[in-house]
Structure formats: C-alpha cells, structure tokens
Design a protein. Sequence first.
Length: 249
Amino acid sequence: MIATIQYNSRKIQIDVSKPIDISIAIDMSKTNVNAWYVDDPKIFPERIDDEIVKVSEGAVVNFNNIHFNPHSHITHTECVGHITKEVYSVNKNLKHYFFVAEVVTVAPENKGDDFFISAKQLKTALRNKKRDAIVIRTLPNLLEKKSRRYSNTNPPFLLAEAAEYLKEKGIKHLLIDLPSVDKERDEGKLLAHNAFWNTNGKLRMDATITEFIYVPNTIEDGEYLLNLMIAPFENDATPSKPVLYQILD
C-alpha cells in the first residue's frame, strides 16, 4: 500500500506494507542483549493468593510482570533528562514521530584499545545532506549484536567532536547500534551526550538519542522515512521501536 506523507514542504511516498524494524526486543526464549553490569530482564506471571496467573496453570488469562532496564536490555530512546539533575521525560519532550533519516555505515577508527567514530567519518557520510535523523550502523555488523553481552568490553563510541558536528548540522535524532554514544568508562564525562544535547548552552529538549538498534546488512545506506515510536513512560528513557520506510522516487 502506497501512502503519501506531507513532510514540511515535501511530499514523500512510502510503501507502508514494507516496514523495516530496526529495534531489538526483549525475548525470553533467546539470549538478550545486555549492558551496564545488571542482571538479565525477567518476564514472569503474577501470583495472586498463591495462584500463578497463567493460562497453562489454570488461570483464564496470562498476566505477566516485566522487569527490565531500558538502558541495558532493549532498544531505547532517551532525552536530555538522562544526564541532568532536573527530571525531564522523553515522553513529554518527543512530540513528533516521523523524520527524514539518513542510514550510514561506519567502520570505527581505533587508537590503542579504543574504537571510535570521528567527526570526519560522519562528515564524509552526510556531506551536504539535510536530515533530521541519522541512523548509524557500525562495522562489523554481525547478528550477534542482538544478543551481545557488552559489560566490560569497551564498545566503540562517538568522539565528542562527532556529536558536536551532528548538533551543529541540525540532526535532532541520533540512532546507533551500540549501548551508548559514549565510552563505557569515561570517568562520568559523557562527552558525546553532553555535546549532542548542548548542556553548556540552551538544552536541546526535543533532541533524542536511540541506542541498541540493529540495521540488517540487507538495508542500503541512504535516505529513509523514520517512524520513531516510543512507549509512554514518563522517564528519561523508554523502550522504543524505530521503523524505517524506503522513500519511493
């Protein structure tokens, strides 16, 4: 089914029957992605009066509790409230959900034990393109990203200059297939987060960072329409389901 969307002054056509889901789910039948030194997520039936509320146990419904941390266990979208003393909710500050995005593939550079994405790499990928969002796929792009145990592995990250460049270019929504845009252990500096959200100036309240995505190798780099769907949690971060649609000529 072809749909036409009016986006700013541009009419965009997409095939809504061909969504490209780039989220990572919590799936208790598999090994889940995990970061930040916490236990795995849990999905388990509630007990009421010593009865397990599960159809297979004789109940009339399944009635599960879910215990997880969005930063550790699932694709999530966060706002500046992730790093500020004042409480800000991504659910309150993300008010629009469709954006023109550029998918880029980057092989992180390295120095010593660190692998990182530089401003030069992003400038080469974006050039003079005007986009609201960037979707960064890092190499190697293995399927195990969907179940990797990231704690104490020093994953790749963005240099502060790269985040600064994206801010200056007007990118509002940064999506990446890593547990964080920052180095795992950086003495709490969070340089990329701070640069992207402009914490030394006027806060970018409507800017978001989405981590733990997975972009299949079959998806080509280029321009897409992004539907950034989030769960309605009043929190600095919430589980999200970013979906791409190829823009038709």
